[in-house]
Every structure is written in C-alpha cells, then in structure tokens.
Design a protein around this ligand. Structure first.
Ligand code: AMP
Ligand code: MG
Length: 342
C-alpha cells in the first residue's frame, strides 16, 4: 500500500473509533445512516473489493509470520448485519487462517465457569484471525438488560452486588490488555442500526419466505427493550474503549457502507501489525544451497537439472519474444509468489 493509501485508511478508521475515556450516548453521538464521503454505492463496491484483496494479502503474511493473532469482536442489535458483514468482508481470505465463533445463551457447562471462560477457549492462535459473532460483551449487555441471566451464573452472593458492571468492565479491560501484551490484537466493532431500519429488516424477514427462518418472535420482544439496549451499549462503549482495544462504531443502516467500514477497520489494524514473511538467515541459506545441490545431482538422464528454473527461463523468453514487458513482470511475480501483493 502507498503511504497515501495508508493515511486514508487511518483517517477512515479514526472516524469510527471511540476515543478512550469519552462518554458515549449512542443516539446523540453516532448516526446509523452516516456514509462519510463515499457517496455512491457503486464506488463503495469497488473500494470494498480492494479492501478484501488487502485483507487476503495481510492474512497470508500474518499466518506466515506466526507471531500475532487477531481477534475481531462483532456486536450489534438483532438484524444489525453481523452475518452479512462476516460473509462479505472475509470472502477473500484463506479459510485456513480464519475462525468464526458464535456465542448463544450459555450452556450448563459454560455456566459452571467464570464468565470469560467460554470466550477464552475460542481465542485465535498466533497467525490466525478469529471472529467472535457476539462476544464477551454479551456479558455486559444482554446480561445487564435481562438480569435473570446473571442469576443463572451462580456467582457467590458477595460478588454480585451493584458494583458488578463496573467490575466486569474492568475485568474485560484487564483481560484484553493481557491479550494484547502477549501479541493478540483486538478489534471491536459495533454495528449501529437505527430503530426504523431494524423494523424494515424484520419486515423483510417476514415478507420473504426464504428469510422467515431468520425471524424469531423473541426478536420482537427484544425490540421492545430498545432503549435499555441503547443504554447498555452506550455504557459498554464508554467504559471499554481502551488504548489497547478500542471500539469502532460503524453506521449500519446501509449494509454496503457497514461492510466497507468494517473492512477498513480490519485493514487498519493489520497495517499497524505490519506482518512480514519470515526471512531466511545466512546459515539457513547455506543449508538450502546444499539441499539444492543434492537435488540437482539426482536429475535422471535426459532431464533438466532444475526443471523449475528451466520453466521459468522458458516463460521469460516467451514473454520477451512477445515484447510484452508487462506480462513478464506478472509471470515473474506469480512464480515468486508475490502476485496480488499491493
Ligand atoms: P442469535 O445470535 O440470533 O442466534 O441469538 C443468540 C442469543 O443468545 C441472543 O439472544 C443473545 O442475546 C443470547 N446470548 C448470547 N450470549 C449470551 C449470554 N452470555 N447470556 C445470555 N444470553 C446470551
Ligand atoms: Mg437472532
């Protein structure tokens, strides 16, 4: 990426970031219909395509470097677009390097542990990107809006007093700091949907038979608690956007814009990690040269000593003959494994 592009990505990401220590009130501070200066959907699609290509390239390097892991936490209200965002934004990356985990109502086994246990078990490995479709933030949102969830968590009575939410924010912040200190970066995305757009999307689920399965009457009951959720999310954003793991509030009323913004935020984090392919030391290069010599000596009668080198040379000659310097560049890049790199 050019420095100019990098600057642009950084500027975009900054627009959505919740400043650590700031007090957030969702309705007042963030507009779900905002679409920056990307006016047309058509331009958005082209930008998303580029973002997806960048993500694929970064993910490849992240895996090769095997030092950092990336955790993406996605939170939203029902019909906020979490599933579609994951499907589109990650469409270009190697499935071997990505994991997605969804968190539902906790099981009996999960309730038998501390509240972060089930999330800790799903963290990324080094070199991996893991997406949490809902995350440990449910523990300070749905559990706060419906305190009966907390009753089921079997906490000792002396540990569930009124200070519990402040304590959970602190515990979450500490845990995330521990993770980032150990090479696991965290990106937290809140898809910010308006009440009217949610109504429209629910109706779509009712009107289209193929979408009926996505609707549950439970969603309507949760919609009745709209204000409580807005409040719980605002508190969450206020208390858990930190220097080491900031929140990004992404306008979600336009799906295409939300996907683009999510891609930008991820690219920005990976840009910051700046993963590199491992380089080979002089000693390793010497070893490789020895192995190469052995393999060359094993060429059967009549075969080229190095068929790969031969093929490469042939392709170079062909390209040159066509006078097609551009293609030559592409072939060489492809053979070197650099095609598609920015
Ligand atoms: P869905 O993602 O539509 O399949 O719904 C999953 C449901 O599980 C949502 O209603 C969440 O609010 C709920 N859920 C997720 N995590 C928790 C939790 N820790 N405690 C209680 N409910 C949860
Ligand atoms: Mg649902």
């Amino acid at each position: 990426m050019s420095t100019k592009q990098e600057k642009r990505v950084a500027e975009y990401a900054a627009m959505f970031r919740v400043k650590p220590g700031s007090k957030v009130k969702l309705g007042r501070d963030f507009d779900p219909a905002f679409k920056a200066d990307v006016v047309r959907k058509k331009d958005g699609a082209e930008l998303l395509r580029r973002g997806i290509a960048l993500l694929a390239d970064y993910q490849d390097r992240l895996a090769a470097q095997d030092t950092y892991g990336l955790l993406v936490c996605l939170q939203a209200l029902d019909a906020g677009g979490k599933d579609g965002t994951i499907r589109h934004v990650m469409s270009g990356v190697n499935p071997q390097g990505v994991a997605v985990h969804s968190f539902k109502v906790p099981s009996a086994e999960e309730l038998d542990h501390d509240f972060l246990w089930r999330y800790a078990r799903r963290l990324p490995e080094r070199g991996q990107i893991t997406i949490f479709n809902r995350s440990h933030y449910e523990e300070v949102v749905v559990v706060r809006v419906h305190p009966e969830n907390l009753d089921r968590q079997k906490l000792p009575s002396e540990n569930k007093g009124p200070g519990i939410w402040a304590r959970r924010y602190r515990e979450i912040n500490d845990w995330e700091r521990y993770l980032t200190d150990n090479g696991f970066r965290i990106v937290k995305i809140f898809l910010n949907l308006s009440k009217e757009e949610q109504r429209t999307r629910f109706l779509k689920r009712l009107d289209l038979p193929d979408k009926n399965w996505k609707f549950s009457s439970h969603d309507l009951a949760e919609r009745e608690r709209w204000n409580d959720y807005q409040e719980a999310f605002s508190e969450m954003l206020t208390h858990t956007s930190t220097r080491w793991a900031p929140w990004y509030v992404i306008p979600a009323d336009r799906k295409w814009f939300a996907r683009l913004a999510a891609a930008v935020v991820l690219v920005h984090e990976l840009m910051d990690i700046d993963p590199h392919y491992p380089t080979v030391s002089a000693a390793q290069r010497k070893d490789l040269a020895k192995v190469r010599k052995t393999l060359l000596a094993q060429a059967p009668k009549g075969a080229a000593a190095d068929p790969f080198e031969e093929k490469l040379a042939r392709e170079r000659r062909k390209a040159k003959k066509r006078g097609d310097a551009h293609e030559n560049g592409l072939v060489v890049a492809a053979v070197d494994g650099k095609a598609g790199a920015s």
